[in-house]
Design a binder for this molecule. Structure first.
Ligand SMILES: [Zn+2]
Length: 323
């Protein structure tokens, strides 16, 4: 269970330790990209801090926490649309003592997207923290968080799981074995990516299309043919680049005869075919080219230009392998 994994994490244990030593901070800044792990953490820490028995899952309090109807819990900015008005309400609310539990917990999600204006308003809470209130600010990374807020919060990181842990979890949830294996390796330790890959048939199909494309990309004329591929559409290209990277890592595993596991399941022959003509250096260059393409995308270069230059670059990286 993901909840069990959370409870075994350093993050969770350190907050338990803070509580036991009566050193809970008034504010925590929890950093990590994985949205599923973030959700699970919010659940588990609420249960732990609200329930008299540390999250027994049997009492009324636990039921209220799970249903998100507990009066002493507040969730903000889950949709990323927090307004100044909401904050005024929050400030009124936090200065009232907890109604039922020992603490009042405030969760502010997607904090790295909050405007400076809103963060400055929140700062009041950080400067004069009301008693019994704990603010958990959750963000992907610390970029975008005001220094004044950071300095008043205790920074902690969400756990990153091993592919084995993710694989086990997916199996327990009934995901088919091969899909679970591929999803776990592709996840990079993040549950949100693993779920995306394993729950939506489209993603597995998309992965296979990426293998097909790389297998058939042999000469520069092919680039013209593939540039209009669905894989490079605006809402797909990011995932496509992730998949390309994973496929080339498999190619590297093949060429270097390393005993790492393949992420691509059941298509080992096709990985061999993609590898044909590459040497280790060439594959490393191709992986770098993909990283560069991701940066171009972030810098708002059009998806078609990114796709075109990447495919040409991959062909060139292969060509360099031969000289
Ligand atoms: Zn309980």
């Amino acid at each position: 269970m993901i909840s069990e994994l959370i409870k075994e994490s350093q993050l969770f244990k350190s907050i338990v330790k803070d509580r036991l030593s009566k050193r809970l901070s008034h504010a925590y800044l929890i950093l990590g990209e994985d949205t599923e792990t973030r959700k699970a953490f919010v659940n588990e820490i609420s249960l732990y801090l609200m329930c008299e028995n540390g999250g027994c899952m049997e009492c009324k309090t636990c039921a209220k926490v799970m249903a998100r109807t507990h009066f002493d819990l507040i969730f903000l900015n889950e949709d990323g649309k927090l307004k100044t008005d909401d904050l005024n309400q929050l400030i009124d609310y936090v200065y009232i003592k907890p109604a039922e539990a020992e603490y009042k917990l405030v969760f502010i999600d997607n904090a790295d997207g909050l405007s400076d204006n809103i963060q400055n308003k929140l700062l009041k809470l950080y400067e004069e923290p009301p008693e019994s209130v704990i603010i958990f600010m959750l963000a992907r990374g610390e970029a975008g968080i005001l220094r004044t807020i950071k300095s008043r919060a205790k920074t902690q990181y969400l756990p990153i799981f091993s592919s084995k842990e993710i694989y086990q979890e997916l199996l327990e949830e009934g995901v088919e074995e091969n899909t679970a294996k591929a999803a776990a390796i592709i996840s990079g330790g993040q549950f949100d990516r693993a779920y995306l890959f394993s729950n939506q048939e489209g993603y597995l199909e998309m992965y296979n299309s990426c293998v097909d494309l790389l297998m058939n990309l042999k000469k520069s004329q092919d680039v013209t043919e593939y540039i209009g591929s669905k894989l490079f559409e605006k809402d797909k290209i990011e995932v496509t680049l992730d998949y390309f990277q994973i496929i080339f890592k498999d190619v590297l595993v093949y060429i270097s005869k390393s005993n790492c596991e393949y992420a691509t399941i059941g298509r080992e022959c096709d990985i061999k075919e993609i590898a044909d003509g590459f040497n280790e250096g060439g594959v490393a260059l191709a992986i770098l080219s993909i990283v560069k393409a991701k940066m171009m995308l972030k810098a708002n270069v059009s998806n078609q230009s990114v796709a075109e230059s990447l495919m040409l670059q991959i062909l060139e990286d292969k060509y360099k392998s031969k000289i």
